[in-house]
Design a protein around this ligand. Structure first.
Ligand SMILES: [Mg+2]
Length: 410
């Protein structure tokens, strides 16, 4: 019996894919050596030496591997393009053209195909009695097929996904624990400016989520990262209600007498955004300061109804000073980028889960993350029906996320 560890699977895969009539491939039943028999060689000599001919996979088996790959592509747009491409004549070439033109799909397809071909090679060896089923199983376990999607990081919106009014949603704590147990890196992302990272950490731990403060990325945290990169050392005039200064580590906040302003920084709406503050900001913008907004929400909901938020003041400053604000929080890219940087993950390795189709899900998808919408919190079916963009997945709640990430076989 042959030890699968002795087999050069690279050579074996070439043999399985070689469908030419002029040549054939042979494997030595004890050493696992693979030899190619060209038009100039006599195949009978190979048979007499005890070698076993490797029959290439037929076209339908190759097609099944492609179909398997396509059905596992989670980005809906990409999957639909591939499904169209693999119908009818010229399917293989169209498929390869699309896959290899995409910097992410190309390497994923190569890894997927190699894993499936390796499985096919092991099946073939077991069928011929060259390798025992046990040895094949051990070889499969050692060279486990890579996941179709190499998701290793999860970004979770907090309000409406994990909690409502800081109470855990049903199954959310268990889902969070399952993600961590599965070895995924988890960050919690929120546009909020009304609570500090530490206060949010306390509130989440109070709701039984075993999170660390460093996993929480708020709009002020992301804004501090943005300022450090794009306006290092800038003197910032802060217009915000709430306790945001604690999370603006390293940011120079201008005092009341300071006249040289590099950046007007707008946080959350509230009584602090009065005429004097807005007029001072207007003057700074007229003198050339940049306008940076932590988010541009127009209002938020409280028990007393809708309340005017900072987005309205950002719009007023833009109109009056003739400038355009850079926005950091969702749906802008800054918050997602800060969260990915925290986890050390690339966009293609991450999934974003939210209850807001536009700000959480589609915005993340635009950056290359996988986007998952949950039917909790502010979710409304009409938003999904009217939307031009579609999430990669819609789940009833975050409780379904661990199973969805494990995939259909999990
Ligand atoms: Mg939300």
């Amino acid at each position: 019996m042959l030890d699968p560890r002795k087999i050069d699977f690279g050579m074996m895969l070439m043999a399985l894919e070689d469908r030419s009539y002029e040549s054939s491939s042979w494997i030595h039943p004890e050493t696992g050596a693979i030899e190619f028999c060209s038009v100039d060689d006599d195949p009978e000599e190979f048979a007499e030496r005890g070698l076993v001919q490797i029959e290439p996979l037929d076209g339908s088996e190759s097609y099944e591997i492609i179909e398997g790959f396509v059905s596992g592509v989670r980005h809906r747009g990409a999957r639909e393009r591939l499904e169209d491409a693999i119908r009818g004549r010229g399917a293989f070439r169209r498929f390869r053209d699309i896959v290899y033109a995409d910097p992410e799909l190309g390497p994923r397809w190569n890894a997927f195909r190699d894993a499936r071909m390796r499985d096919a090679a092991l099946d073939w060896l077991v069928d011929r009695g060259l390798v025992t089923a046990e040895a094949a199983e051990a070889a499969r376990a050692a060279g486990a097929a890579p996941e179709i999607d190499q998701i290793r990081a999860v970004l979770l919106d907090i309000d409406g996904v994990l909690t409502v009014s800081w109470e855990a949603l049903p199954g959310a704590v268990e889902a969070y624990d399952a993600l961590v147990a599965a070895g995924l890196e988890v960050a919690l992302v929120t546009n909020t400016t009304s609570r500090t990272r530490a206060a949010i950490g306390d509130a989440l731990r109070g709701a039984r989520f075993a999170v660390g403060d460093e996993q929480i990325v708020t709009a002020p945290i992301a804004t501090a990262a943005y300022l450090a990169e794009h306006h290092p050392g800038a003197r910032c005039l802060l217009l915000s209600s709430g306790d945001v200064a604690a999370d603006l580590a390293g940011v120079h906040l201008a005092g009341p007498e300071e006249s040289e302003i590099d950046v007007v920084l707008v946080g959350g709406g509230g009584p602090e955004l009065d005429y004097a503050a807005l007029n001072r900001a207007f003057g700074a913008l007229r003198d050339g300061a940049a306008l940076v907004a932590m988010h541009r929400s127009m209002y938020w909901r409280t028990d007393a109804g809708l309340q005017l938020d900072a987005g309205a003041f950002v719009a007023a400053l833009e109109a009056a000073a003739g400038v355009e604000a850079v926005v950091v929080g969702k749906p802008a890219r800054g918050l997602f980028e800060a969260a990915l940087a925290t986890l050390g993950a690339g966009a293609a390795e991450a999934v974003m889960v939210g209850d807001d189709l536009d700000s959480d899900v589609l915005a993340a998808q635009d950056l290359g993350l996988t986007g998952v919408l949950v039917r909790t919190g502010k979710f409304r079916p009409e938003a999904l029906e009217r939307s031009a963009g579609l999430p990669d997945a819609v789940l009833d709640s975050v409780a379904d996320l661990p199973a969805w990430l494990r995939g259909p076989e999990g």
